[in-house]
Design a protein around this ligand. Structure first.
Ligand SMILES: Cc1ncc(COP(=O)(O)O)c(C=O)c1O
Length: 383
């Protein structure tokens, strides 16, 4: 008889850790130790020798995230950008080529366009919501297709399975930060690698920075292990503990993020001050059908365009409950102006964002309070 695979929420609470055999601690202990006693030279207890190479609290978190994404292997990093940097270093060499979507987190673009371009990596920017454009951009030296879906900040949706089907050779990497594994599991759709900024929904409380990479590719996992230990872009045991604690409630939080965001998006669509609402859960969204197929619900991020930049800025300053701040995915709602905040680095590039765009990270507060805050802000700014 095979043991049934546990449900998502059960795995989020239990996978990656058994109550410890010594004292029975229910939660993974924070192993605040830089070094580990050895039985004899080179004879390790449980495989741990030095904190830059591996730590039990951090290793447990990596296993939990790998399990939730349905992956064989996982690694966690000091930040989402540290994960991006080491993953690209593991996959690319000078002379290689990468394909990137025309809407993506500004920091990812900045790293590729500055550090990796200077290293001799070429890249093409395409509209990944059209798989044929991705296929047409592939060259013999293409090693990586980097996909965000939904994208930051325009919430465009790309068909992961369709893109995977037209690639033979390049690794398909999906940054799954906006969806979280609760809503979308890219490896099951044909992706090779999944990356997270765990700073967002996985941590979930805006109190810890981190990143993760999961894959079924044993060689890639070994290469990441080598780079992690060699470079030292490791998560601290304290941060790994906080992230693991956040993950235990990922499912219930995502349910509320999604229902609140849908209500907010529908509400914003009715307001005359708003020119356009971007939310994959709206029937008006061009990626709605694809999102229905590959996601279990549509996430907590909503973006809107106003008539001009001034109105967008006024709206960001006019909300009271919804705090003007960068980042996303926490229990509290946040608002930001991508052109002057998270996406300054894409200005003048093919990824430039509209200056009248505002991005909302919808939290898990009472939705009526969020709608009331949005209404008072819209009433005050006029159109
Ligand atoms: C989609 C996406 N990927 C990666 C990152 C980078 O993550 P971190 O800030 O944890 O380095 C971010 C940060 O906002 C993001 O939004």
């Amino acid at each position: 008889m095979t043991t049934p695979r546990p449900g998502f929420d059960t795995a989020a609470i239990h996978a990656g850790y058994e109550p410890d055999s010594h004292l029975g601690s229910i939660n993974v202990p924070i192993y605040a130790s830089t070094t580990f006693a050895q039985e004899a030279p080179g004879q390790l207890r449980g495989g741990f020798e030095y904190g830059r190479v591996a730590n039990p609290t951090v290793a447990s978190l990596a296993q939990t995230i790998a399990h939730l994404e349905g992956a064989k292997f996982g690694k966690v990093f000091a930040s989402g950008m540290a994960a991006t940097d080491l993953l690209l270093r593991a996959l690319l060499r000078p002379g290689d080529h990468l394909i990137l979507g025309n809407d993506a987190y500004g920091g990812t673009y900045r790293l590729i366009a500055s550090v990796f371009a200077a290293w001799g990596v070429q890249f093409s920017v395409v509209d990944t919501s059209r798989p044929a454009e991705v296929a047409a951009a592939v060259r013999p030296e293409t090693k990586v297709v980097w996909l965000e879906t939904p994208t930051n900040p325009l919430l465009a949706v790309s068909d992961i399975a369709a893109i995977a089907a037209c690639l033979d050779g390049p690794k398909l990497v999906v940054d799954n930060t906006f969806a979280s594994p609760y809503l979308q599991r890219p490896l099951s759709l044909g992706a090779d690698v999944v990356l997270h900024s765990t700073t967002k929904y996985l941590g979930g409380h805006s109190d810890v920075i981190g990143g993760a990479v999961v894959t079924d590719d044993e060689q890639l996992d070994a290469d990441l292990d080598f780079l992690l230990g060699g470079v030292g872009a490791v998560a601290s045991p304290f941060d790994a503990y906080l992230t693991a604690r956040g993950i235990k409630t990922l499912g219930v939080r995502m349910e509320r993020h999604c229902s609140n965001a849908l209500r907010v998006a529908e509400h914003l669509e009715q307001r005359p001050e708003v020119q356009q609402v971007f939310y994959p859960g709206l029937a008006s969204h061009p990626g709605h059908e694809t999102a229905r197929r590959q996601m279990d619900a549509f996430g907590g991020m909503v973006s809107v365009r106003f008539a001009e930049e001034r109105v967008a800025g006024d709206f960001c300053s006019a909300t009271r409950l919804i705090c003007l701040a960068e980042s996303l995915g926490g229990v509290e709602s946040l608002v930001e102006h991508p052109a002057t905040m998270t996406h300054v680095s894409v200005q003048g590039s093919q990824l430039e964002v509209p200056r009248d765009l505002v991005r909302l990270s919808i939290g898990i507060e009472d939705v009526d309070d969020l709608l009331a805050d949005i209404d008072q802000a819209l009433d005050r700014i006029g159109s």
